[in-house]
Design a protein around this ligand. Structure first.
Ligand SMILES: CC(C)(COP(=O)(O)OP(=O)(O)OC[C@H]1O[C@@H](n2cnc3c(N)ncnc32)[C@H](O)[C@@H]1OP(=O)(O)O)[C@@H](O)C(=O)NCCC(=O)NCCS
Length: 194
């Protein structure tokens, strides 16, 4: 499991961390100023919403127009197991923050991530996917940057996720650290009991 670096430190460091992360990407454009625990944080993204739109992508923040069969197809294309759309719907109903990118030309979802949480202390990011045809052009980063931002805006400082080893290098520059202070994730899974 990886945790956002700020999880282990104070909320003031959280804000500093967001600024530091943003400062390393000179091409970013300011988007908005938000208040997190009385601290002003200038959020900047590697690709602005306007750039995304001019490249043919729409940023969506609710599941209202999300076709679950299409989303399932994207999951399958990246190697995730196909899931019952009814159960995906239940999962999305219990999701606190959700972001997806729609390809304007086809209408299909091409990038997706969601987070569950307690609304106060902790959030966990799940189902981070970018359609293979659209990988490597910044959509994954665009989605995670904004999802993290949305979670931080709720005042939550612990943001965790499960990362496959080959994807650790994607999450690290976004502020996530593996095993912070030696803390290891443990999972109870019915699969492990068999
Ligand atoms: C992992 C994934 C979400 C990345 O999305 P993406 O849109 O291809 O990534 P981006 O184009 O936004 O890349 C952002 C940065 O991360 C880097 N990056 C992307 N994938 C990486 C990886 N697997 N390892 C290391 N760095 C990676 C890019 O080089 C880029 O670097 P830059 O900012 O210096 O240019 C996508 O490849 C994917 O869906 N993979 C299959 C599903 C999966 O593994 N999901 C995660 C489950 S834990």
């Amino acid at each position: 499991m990886m945790l956002l670096r700020s999880a282990a430190v104070s909320s003031s460091a959280t804000a500093a961390n967001v600024r530091l992360t943003a400062a390393t990407h000179s091409s970013r454009t300011p988007r908005r100023t938000t208040n997190i625990n009385s601290l002003s944080v200038k959020a900047k993204y590697a690709i602005s919403n306007e750039d995304l739109e001019s490249r043919g992508f729409l940023l969506r923040r609710t599941a209202a127009d999300l076709d679950l069969d299409q989303l399932n197809a994207v999951f399958v294309r990246v190697g995730f197991p196909r899931r019952d759309p009814e159960r995906i719907k239940v999962a999305l109903d219990h999701t606190s923050s959700l972001l997806w990118v729609q390809d304007k030309r086809s209408g299909w979802p091409v990038a997706f991530a969601r987070a569950t949480g307690d609304g106060v202390f902790n959030a966990i990011i799940w189902d981070v996917v970018v359609d293979p045809s659209f990988q490597g052009i910044g959509l994954g980063k665009a989605v995670i940057e904004r999802l993290v931002d949305e979670i931080l805006e709720q005042g939550i400082v612990n943001i965790a996720l499960y990362s496959e080893p080959r994807v650790l290098g994607f999450y690290r520059p976004l502020g996530f650290v593996a095993d912070p202070d030696g803390i290891r994730g443990m999972v109870f899974s019915r699969r492990n009991k068999k």
